[in-house]
Design a protein around this ligand. Structure first.
Ligand code: FAD
Length: 468
């Protein structure tokens, strides 16, 4: 796409008005890179509309002048889709209203720039639960979690964003507003346009507001850290936990000892979570609507698992501080890798029943390809989703190791594909994985996606560097 003309940029600035745009490099700079410092973008202009109507006017001008747009929310995305490379950056951060919370509908409508944490808090204030939860929730926005179809830690019980959105409002690539903020559980009236926008990574329009599902607040919650010998034991434990609690498992997160070691060494205030140092850990959270019932269920589950040799160690959290400490060692798994020198990151999923075999096969293949490489697999194993990260051997040549990323990833992704899995379980494709995904999507799927995109955005002005 050619860079926007000076006339188009001037028209956008006039329409955005004072406070609605900036081209000051210092002001824009923080929004041109991201958490992992992997991407360093550039843009001639950042737009910050304060209402859906303002956003629609700006997108209409972009459409008229064929100016490409990169939408951005909290800039916590992990695949670079929110970073502009010459496109105008349209930030939704100023769309801040919580429009309504309607407990009788178990629904809430929030604008795109509301953070995930603020949305959770608004639901809690009405004695309801908005269950999407992830480590970046203080910064990630509703527009971003919709556009990446985010998952997080409670998917096993409540699903991903696709399962949690009842309605959407969005500015389409020609500047028209799609008014789809319904709060219906049932609406069989043809194609579901909101589902196309969910997970579209900013390629089909700018999401300006979403109506999301709310749930009852659980009256009891029990959290435990468990030690096990193998991932296969974790999958057995998961099956038992689901069967015994009738759907009461809210989180089930697997971690490997090596990753736990990185956290203990590199993140302050993180004590060993167990007395022993097992090869694998699981953080389990059980919930129940009945006071005290989750604690009793956890006690039963772990006692039986211990007696039958399924687990080797366990600690049930006794208070909020201990629960937070358990979650901290899980949530810091990724950050704790940074001082180790970075690595090849993978966000993959396979059917839950095949996780153990996948981990074994992938690790054997990676170790053969790059002897000494350190595999730190962790993640939402209850959803079959692992963050399968491969770090440079201790004392190894980091630049040479990183130069083998693409080749090493292909080995991992080919195994994922053979296990009928996905090379992007929850982060999306963005700039990082779009090309790689072409290897695994069928020509039919790619052509269908291109057709949908062309119908919404014939001039491909929305996030042109992302998806097919
Ligand atoms: C520490 C950490 C932990 C994480 N854990 C998880 C996890 O457990 N599960 C998970 O799924 N993700 C996780 N993520 C990834 C990230 O938080 C999610 O991708 C999140 O959904 C991004 O939201 P955001 O507002 O920051 O979006 P951004 O990063 O700003 O944008 C992400 C994508 O969405 C598009 N976009 C953003 N807003 C809009 C909008 N209003 N309209 C149209 N397109 C838009 C962008 O163009 C881009 O393609 C994690 C990230 C970090 C840093």
């Amino acid at each position: 796409m050619t860079p926007p003309s000076a006339a188009a940029l001037q028209t956008l600035k006039s329409a955005a008005g004072t406070g609605g745009w900036t081209d000051d490099p210092a002001e824009i700079a923080p929004w041109l890179t991201e958490w992992r410092n992997r991407w360093q973008g550039h843009t001639p202009l950042m737009l910050t509309p304060r209402s859906t109507e303002e956003a629609a006017r700006l997108v209409a001008i972009c459409a008229e002048h064929r100016v490409a747009i990169t939408p951005q929310g909290g800039d916590t995305g992990l695949v670079g889709g929110q970073i502009p490379y010459g496109e105008v950056l349209l930030s939704t951060r100023k769309l801040r209203a919580i429009r309504d919370v309607t407990p009788l509908d178990d629904a809430m409508t929030v604008e795109a720039g509301v953070t995930l944490l603020e949305a959770q808090q608004a639901a809690a204030a009405a004695d309801r639960l908005f269950p999407l939860s992830l480590a970046a929730e203080g910064t990630a926005t509703i527009g971003g979690v919709v556009s990446t179809n985010a998952g997080g830690t409670a998917v096993i019980r409540y699903g991903v964003m696709r399962d949690l959105v009842l309605g959407l409002e969005a500015v389409l690539p020609d500047g028209q507003i799609f008014h789809g903020l319904k709060r219906l559980r049932k609406d069989n009236t043809g194609y579901d346009l909101k589902q196309l926008l969910i997970g579209a990574e900013g390629t089909l329009g700018v999401v300006t507001a979403a109506t999301v599902k709310l749930f009852p607040v659980m009256r009891s919650r029990a959290t435990a850290m468990v030690g096990l010998e193998t991932p296969a034991a974790a999958i057995d434990l998961l099956a038992r936990a689901k069967a015994e609690t009738g759907g009461g498992v809210e989180a089930f997160e697997l971690m490997k000892r090596i990753g736990m070691g990185f956290v203990l060494a590199n993140i302050p205030d993180t004590p060993e979570p167990l007395d022993s140092t097992p090869p694998w850990y699981v953080l389990i959270e059980l919930v129940s609507g009945e006071p005290g019932a989750a604690d009793a269920a956890m006690e039963r589950l772990l006692t039986h698992a211990f007696e039958t040799g399924l687990i080797t160690d366990a600690a049930i959290s006794q208070n909020d501080a201990q629960r937070a400490a358990f979650w901290k060692v899980r949530e810091e798994q990724s950050a704790a890798q940074k001082p180790e020198g970075g690595g090849w990151k993978h966000d993959v999923s396979v059917p839950v029943s095949r996780i153990a075999d996948f981990l074994e096969e992938a690790t054997t293949a990676v170790e053969r390809f790059h002897p000494g490489a350190r595999v730190s697999a962790f993640g939402h194993v209850g959803d079959g989703n692992m963050h399968y990260d491969v770090l440079c051997p201790l004392g190894g040549d980091l630049p040479a190791f990183l130069a083998r990323w693409a080749e090493g990833s292909q080995i991992v992704h080919d195994i994922v594909a053979r296990y009928d899995g996905s090379i992007s379980a929850e982060h999306g494709l963005g700039r990082l994985k779009t090309e790689e995904a072409r290897r695994y999507k069928s020509p039919l799927e790619i052509a269908a996606m291109q057709g949908i995109r062309a119908a919404f955005d014939p001039n491909r002005i929305m996030n042109p560097g992302v998806l097919f």
